[in-house]
Write a protein of this length. Structure first.
Length: 190
């Protein structure tokens, strides 16, 4: 079910993932839905805390003939050295990570100076009625959607983590939706 919902974002993934360059870390790799879209990268690494999703991601990587180093780990304590990656890919995960600010601090740590975060995330609505609905639905939604919090503002979190030169574009509608979504790139200051 979740794969079906996430696969509806294929056109966004097709535009976004090829922006990744060099040595890439994918946070919350899930079942490997982004794997078919990598182009011109040196190496791909991925972390995923859920062992069942990780198993499916490994299978998908094998089927695609893509070499990906996958580890079972959370994003809040990344098992990599400082300034190791050129790009960190973040797709629909800031809503589920238990401590997204800690995860973004780790992203900044493992990114090289001038490295970039390539992201697509849903955000807290700026419209009062939709925002109230997000607040009201989040407790139940979180239980049925793998921990997803409808009411988190991923863009504000990225800004608060100290990333700069944030370029973003709205994906679809912003008003009257419970999942206003944005894609973009944010730079780690040099």
């Amino acid at each position: 079910m979740l794969d079906f919902v996430m696969s509806s974002w294929k056109p966004v993934r097709q535009k976004l993932i090829p922006l990744a360059r060099g040595r890439v870390l994918e946070l919350g790799v899930g079942t490997g839905m982004n794997f078919p879209f990598y182009r011109d990268v040196e190496a791909v690494y991925g972390v995923e805390p859920d062992p069942h999703m990780l198993k499916r991601a490994r299978k998908r990587a094998r089927e695609l003939g893509l070499h990906v180093e996958l580890l079972q780990a959370g994003a809040e304590t990344l098992p990599y050295e400082d300034a190791f990656f050129d790009t960190v890919l973040v797709t629909f995960v800031l809503c589920t990570i238990p401590n997204p600010q800690a995860a973004l601090s780790e992203v900044a740590r493992v990114l090289k100076p001038g490295g970039r975060v390539v992201f697509v995330e849903h955000v807290r609505s700026r419209f009062p009625v939709a925002r109230r609905l997000q607040e009201w639905l989040t407790p139940a939604w979180k239980r049925i959607a793998g921990g997803c919090c409808l009411n988190r503002d991923a863009l504000a979190m990225i800004r608060a983590a100290g990333f700069s030169e944030i370029e973003m574009k709205q994906c679809g509608r912003d008003s009257w939706t419970l999942l206003p979504t944005y894609r973009g790139v944010a730079m780690r200051p040099s």
